[in-house]
Design a protein around this ligand. Structure first.
Ligand code: ADP
Ligand SMILES: O=c1ccn([C@H]2C[C@H](O)[C@@H](COP(=O)(O)O)O2)c(=O)[nH]1
Length: 288
């Protein structure tokens, strides 16, 4: 490599934003798989995967590649952050806050789809008769969440409400453990979920967990007054809470796909907005 091209390489490298370099470094062995304009890095990525190595040298090779092909930086720039928490914990309010105050793309949970699928309301049906309709709702939740995960994003940071992971690890699990989902339905959903995990890359860089008490959620749920949810007792929120705690805090139930940033969320809205400001930098950098 001649001197000008070495200089050009470093200039290119420096022009890449810090988050992009960090993402490239962190994801080097697994994330370089986009086709099309990323052809060169794809080859390098699969070679690196074969090496099964996360060594600094290999990762630097990747950053070099980004530097030499700066027009491909979009492949590495994107950070996906999921906002997790119990029902009515304040996820939508959090999303709206960041959506208004920064250049972040926000993706709300597609509840409207779950409430109206060609004139049917799978969410209401599930609450009325979970044993009959749990599989129906959760199959559709899994599909719509996957659709959101794989949608191409244009901005460097996306905040997404919940994830395909919580759909399975929290809501499907809750139906099954509480005896409201037959074993065969659980097995079918699990097969689908495992197939997706094996065959489709579902990237998450950071999980922001809004940690609330079930009682707080119960009060907010009543205040929000979503028609389908009027039948939800406090005990339901307690079970969802415990599943979240085991997954994201104790990390004893299921694999956690990304680092977890925990934000206490029992506070009033103003205090929550202050906390979001305090954590803004971490959230935008995708670190806990
Ligand atoms: N920090 C808060 N304090 C009091 N009420 C809140 C707070 N955050 C949200 N709410 C209210 O609680 C209800 C549920 O909030 P929402 O953001 O929709 O929760 P989620 O998206 O997690 O279900 C809404 O009526 C909302 O206005
Ligand atoms: O996998 C899922 C995800 C969500 N739900 C239910 C729980 C709530 O009633 C709504 C939306 O939740 P919010 O916390 O208000 O966003 O959908 C489910 O049953 N299964």
């Amino acid at each position: 490599m001649s001197l000008p091209s070495i200089v050009g390489f470093w200039t290119n490298l420096l022009q890449i934003s810090a988050p992009a370099v960090r993402v490239a470094l962190r994801r080097a062995p697994v994330r370089v798989e986009s086709a099309g304009p990323c052809g060169q890095t794809r080859l390098l990525g699969s070679w690196m995967q074969k090496q099964q190595s996360t060594s600094r040298q290999f990762r630097l090779i990747l950053v070099y590649t980004v530097g030499v092909f700066p027009n491909q930086e979009a492949c590495f720039m994107h950070l996906g952050i999921c906002i997790e928490g119990n029902i009515a914990s304040g996820k939508t309010t959090c999303l709206e806050y960041f959506g208004k105050t920064s250049n972040i793309e926000v993706i709300a949970e597609p509840v409207h789809k779950w409430r109206n699928l060609k004139g049917h309301n799978p969410l209401a049906l599930m609450y009325q008769d979970p044993a009959r309709w749990g599989l129906t709702l959760q199959t559709y939740v899994q599909l719509t969440m996957l659709d959101q995960h794989v949608t191409t994003m244009t901005s460097p940071v996306t905040l997404m409400e919940r994830s395909i992971y919580s759909a399975k690890y929290i809501f499907v699990e809750n139906l099954y453990r509480s005896g409201k989902m037959p074993e065969v339905d659980y097995a079918v959903l699990s097969e689908w979920f495992d197939w997706i995990m094996r065959n489709i890359h579902v990237p998450v860089d950071l999980i922001v967990y809004l940690q609330t008490s079930p009682q707080t959620c119960y009060e907010r749920l009543i205040e929000r007054c979503r028609e389908e949810e009027q039948v939800i007792p406090l005990e339901y929120l307690e079970m969802i809470h415990q599943l979240y705690e085991d997954w994201l805090i104790h990390q004893t139930s299921f694999k956690v796909p990304a680092p977890v940033l925990v934000i206490p969320a029992d506070h009033d809205v103003q205090k929550m907005f202050c906390q979001y400001e305090e954590h803004r930098g971490k959230i935008l950098m995708g670190s806990k």
